[in-house]
Design a protein around this ligand. Structure first.
Ligand code: SF4
Length: 377
């Protein structure tokens, strides 16, 4: 994925994170590529610490640029500090309420802190976090959620609705106003290494609040539909929201939030960017939906191979087809293809049949042959 080229994101101020210790440097905003994030789905523990860098490396090869960790207590903060010295992945600490957790995380090579100044407390506490972030060249993401708006903005929404304003518009404007207020706190402290996210669980509100905010502030925006749901629903919502905003050049970094794996969040993010023309290159998989004509298990093959293929640093198209009705046709356009053909499977490379293998050898034999041909590309 490292060699892939992304189109420019919205021309907000660029904010560079990482670049300290062994952490790789990454710019969010400006004319930089739109980055892809996910969030670690379990608590950080002493036992898990050793295996996490390997998983982060796998996520990276799938196209993930940033990983966020929940930091609910000082033990998690201590572990995140240690982890930040074990990986080159830029890490984000997700902190609520206790500013001391942010200060502790910033003692390591944590690249970004996600906080909401409104729930951190006094201005002195926010200033302490800002001063430490400035010292460490770290960034701060202001995260505002539709579920936790200040009371006056909640009242404003009700008043706007009573006056006939569309509910989604009223809520979106309030969300953008809440984020603008939080941003003002950092402006007063002359801290501009800021990224903003406004999360609503509806597509319309997500689009509208980001539109409103982007028209007011040249600050990089982290896009995400919160509590988007399981795989299919979540991907649909995120695709609708991101593609609408990308068309208006809004959005510098994305997370597809799913009740599903981190890997699928990353894969969904890269597919959306790719289909929106914001990313080129990498591996493209075309596969048939399968029907009664299928001669081999397309679904099984795709699920066995998807992550390995998408992790390759190659610019290729891979075709996986169930039968000869469409298999050879698709194979012509693919760099490598595999298709069922009666009792056998055929492997194509650039339109030429290069292998014919009996299905009696089972999936292991199919995978071995496919691997051999893939390695020749
Ligand atoms: S390629 Fe063959 S198995 Fe796959 S959907 Fe088309 S006809 Fe069905």
């Amino acid at each position: 994925m490292n060699k892939q080229v992304y189109a420019a994101s919205t021309l907000s101020n660029p904010v560079t994170i990482g670049g300290t210790g062994g952490v790789r440097s990454l710019t969010i905003g400006g004319d930089s590529p739109i980055s892809i994030q996910t969030m670690w789905k379990s608590p950080l523990t002493e036992d898990s610490l050793r295996s996490i860098p390997k998983t982060l490396a796998s996520l990276s090869s799938l196209g993930c640029d940033i990983v966020r960790f929940a930091v609910p207590d000082m033990e998690s903060a201590d572990l995140l500090v240690r982890l930040s010295k074990m990986t080159d992945m830029p890490l984000v600490a997700d902190i609520h309420f206790d500013y001391r957790l942010a200060l502790r995380c910033l003692e390591g090579d944590v690249a970004k802190i996600r906080i909401n100044p409104g729930n951190i407390g006094s201005r002195d506490r926010v200033k302490a976090v800002v001063d430490r972030a400035r010292e460490k060249n770290a960034a701060i993401r202001i995260g505002v959620n539709s579920g936790s708006l200040p009371r006056d903005l909640q009242e404003r929404i009700q008043a706007d609705i009573l006056e006939g304003k569309d509910r989604a518009i009223a809520r979106s404007e309030a969300l953008a106003e809440a984020a603008s207020r939080e941003l003002a706190v950092f402006d007063e402290l002359s801290f501009n290494r800021v990224i903003v996210s406004m999360k609503a669980s509806s597509v319309v509100e997500t689009v509208e609040c980001n539109r409103v905010f982007a028209s007011l502030h040249p600050v990089p925006l982290h896009l995400g539909v919160t509590e988007a749901g399981p795989l299919i629903g979540g991907v649909v919502k995120s695709t609708l929201a991101f593609s609408t905003l990308f068309a208006e050049n809004i959005g510098s970094t994305v997370r597809v939030s799913l009740s599903d794996t981190m890997e699928n969040e990353v894969i969904a993010g890269r597919e959306i960017l790719s289909e929106c023309g914001k990313r080129t290159g990498g591996v493209r998989i075309v596969s048939c939906p399968r029907c009664g004509r299928n001669g081999f298990d397309v679904h099984g093959f795709v699920s066995r191979w998807q992550e390995a293929l998408l992790s390759l640093n190659k610019e290729i198209t891979v075709a996986v087809m169930g039968c000869v009705v469409n298999g050879p046709g698709e194979g012509k356009h693919a760099d490598i293809g595999i298709t069922g053909a009666g009792d056998s499977i055929l492997v194509f490379r650039k339109g030429e049949i290069v292998r014919s293998v009996s299905l009696t050898g089972g999936t292991q034999e199919i995978d071995r042959i496919f691997r051999e041909e893939l390695d020749k590309l």
